[in-house]
Design a protein around this ligand. Structure first.
Ligand SMILES: C[S@@+](CC[C@H](N)C(=O)[O-])C[C@H]1O[C@@H](n2cnc3c(N)ncnc32)[C@H](O)[C@@H]1O
Length: 256
């Protein structure tokens, strides 16, 4: 990871937009002279987005930041053109933050385990009654709910710190009376992994080394640590299973 990648991405991306905006402001008169007409604001913001995204890409920030950089400036102009009331922008930002909180704070985006991967997990998990399985960063809780629906004698838990995904997972678990799933609004760094027989996670490369060290330090011998897609540098998994989905998802399994 380079120095820039270790800075908070929200800070780096805003800085890139700011620098591009300043440069474009200086170049704007030259550009208009060259073109012979005044470039409409929307087109200017498309250029702003494209340049900011290119720099973000060159700095090797994760791809979702590149996408955000492209769409943010033209969307802002579009919002202004639609003459939306001013409160819409902070409300939208707050809603987005409440869903994608951990992209900003922990560099873990929100994407969901697909059905084929859940089926594969179902094949892999031990069958014994009373088994406790936890999803670290449980999103909307779908993975644990689907597994719970197939395994009535086992227990499924999730920890999530993005408010809206957590609330939905919690609500759906409460509404389903037969549910043997529990969701907590708590960072997985603050829990004891020793209580669980299987720890599942689908995060990003960033937390994996520290999370693996936590798992090894806390989990019982014989329990399983399963990571969807992201490996742990210098620690080869005991087993890697490929799912036959479009992205050839890899499930890496370490036996503690
Ligand atoms: C890639 S999503 C995976 C969602 C779900 N586990 C699934 O597989 O469908 C990662 C989730 O981890 C959450 N997350 C990231 N860091 C966290 C932390 N320290 N504590 C709890 N949740 C966290 C994010 O908010 C996000 O919802």
């Amino acid at each position: 990871m380079n120095k820039i990648q270790s800075l908070p991405p929200i800070f780096v991306t805003l800085l890139i937009q700011f620098i591009v905006y300043i440069c474009l402001s200086f170049l704007r008169p030259e550009l208009h002279d060259y073109l012979g007409y005044v470039l409409p604001l929307f087109w200017l913001m498309l250029v702003q987005g494209a340049l900011s995204a290119s720099i973000t890409f060159l700095l090797r920030l994760p791809y979702w930041w590149v996408c955000i950089q492209v769409v943010a400036p033209p969307l802002l102009v579009l919002g202004m053109a639609l003459d939306l009331p001013l409160w819409v922008f902070p409300v939208l930002l707050a809603l987005l933050l409440m869903i994608f909180w951990n992209v900003v704070i922990n560099r873990v985006p929100l994407y969901l385990t697909n059905n084929l991967t859940v089926d594969k997990l179902d094949d892999l998990l031990p069958k014994k009654a009373g088994l406790k399985v936890v999803d670290l960063g449980s999103g909307f809780g779908g993975t644990m709910r689907q597994l719970a629906s197939k395994r009535s004698k086992q227990h499924f838990y999730g920890y999530e710190t993005a408010p809206i995904p957590f609330l939905l997972s919690w609500l759906l678990a409460k509404l389903d009376r037969r549910s043997h799933t529990e969701f907590y609004f708590k960072s997985f760094w603050a829990i004891d992994l020793g209580k669980y027989d299987v720890v599942y996670c689908f995060l990003s490369p960033v937390p994996m080394p520290d999370l693996y060290a936590k798992a090894v330090g806390e989990m019982k011998p014989g329990s399983l640590f399963i990571s969807n897609s992201f490996t742990v540098p210098n620690h080869k998994p005991n087993r890697t299973v490929t799912v036959h989905d479009a992205r050839h998802t890899k499930l890496m399994i370490w036996k503690i």
